[in-house]
Ligand binder design. Sequence first.
Ligand SMILES: *[C@@H]1O[C@H](CO)[C@@H](O)[C@H](O)[C@H]1NC(C)=O
Ligand SMILES: *[C@@H]1O[C@H](CO)[C@@H](O)[C@H](O)[C@H]1NC(C)=O
Length: 358
Amino acid sequence: MHLPYMMQPLTFLLSLLLLADRGGARITIPENVTVPAVIAFGDSIVDQGANNNLKTLVKANFAPYGKDFIAGKPTGRFTNNKTPADLIVEELGIKEILPAYFDPSLNDKELLTGVSFASGGSGYDPQTPKIVSVLSFAEQLQQFEEYIVKLKSMVGEERTRYILANSLFLVVAGSDDLANTYFTVGIRRLQYDIPSYADLMVSSASNFIQDIYKLGARRIAVFGTPPIGCLPSQRTLGGGGLRVCAEEYNQASQIYNSKLQPQIEHLNGTLAQSRIVYVDIYNPLLAIIENPLQYGLEVVDRGCCGTGNIEVSILCNSLLPTCPDDSKYLFWDSYHPTDKGYNILINQVIGRYINDFF
Ligand SMILES: *[C@@H]1O[C@H](CO)[C@@H](O)[C@H](O)[C@H]1NC(C)=O
Ligand SMILES: *[C@@H]1O[C@H](CO)[C@@H](O)[C@H](O)[C@H]1NC(C)=O
């Protein structure tokens, strides 16, 4: 019973060491540039606990999720430690972690340096959040509007405008539209071929970006989709007996990305004072999967949780064993990267794109 308390000093020391290590790697941005906050929208990649408060099965607020997070606490983040939203806000030197806007214990002061509105299982297709009862982009936008009202009452109109115009916005979605709604559930497959479904997704993404632009956002990072056919769960569902990467799924992801990128460039060129940047995660992730040893990884075809072939969300729980060393694994569960995987990916992404925002 006393064990957790006895372990605290050690955990504390370890966090200090890790912090010191990360601090050294922190990126430098031009001296005349400030990024007051990070604001995230989208799905489980940047869900910081929003789903804890929803009646949905898409949750991660139980062990073994959060195993390596502060105090080993499961917070609803769909990984063993920090999400990309946490890593980015930390790299920018803004704060340690990005909280969920939907967290009932949220301190109002956090609003000034950013929050996440993202909800695991969500997507650009309005059907996607409906299938799993999570927050749609329309609902995330509504909460963002409410956030702006609160911000204005705290710091006034002018400072609010400044915060919105200079903060980094992350928009991360699309995987669940393709992997769940299109391929697994299949409802959209009856109505659309892949290119026309990708058009629907891009059009919805584009509308959302214009909506947040109208509300004051200027620096917007829009993430493409990963090679979804290589996610452990999709290997199991579509990769045959050998669980190879499901080629049709990867092609769908590429088709979507190839339509998204020019649309993002178009928005960047037409919306005044905006820096709207398409972030490619497809190629960096595929490079890791094809050459894991080069990145210090050993296992890339299954998650660390349970068998690793299918367990995600409530199927990845404390009844299951986890792998002995998750730092050798790219995936934590059958759908989401480990802390190690996210760190490799996000370091590359920041290095490649950060200067496009200034
Ligand atoms: C920062 O300074 C550089 C060089 O003087 C300039 O080109 C750039 O526009 C400035 N950026 C901002 C946001 O003021
Ligand atoms: C976005 O537009 C600006 C001009 O407004 C341009 O300087 C920049 O290169 C564009 N960024 C991208 C990623 O295309």
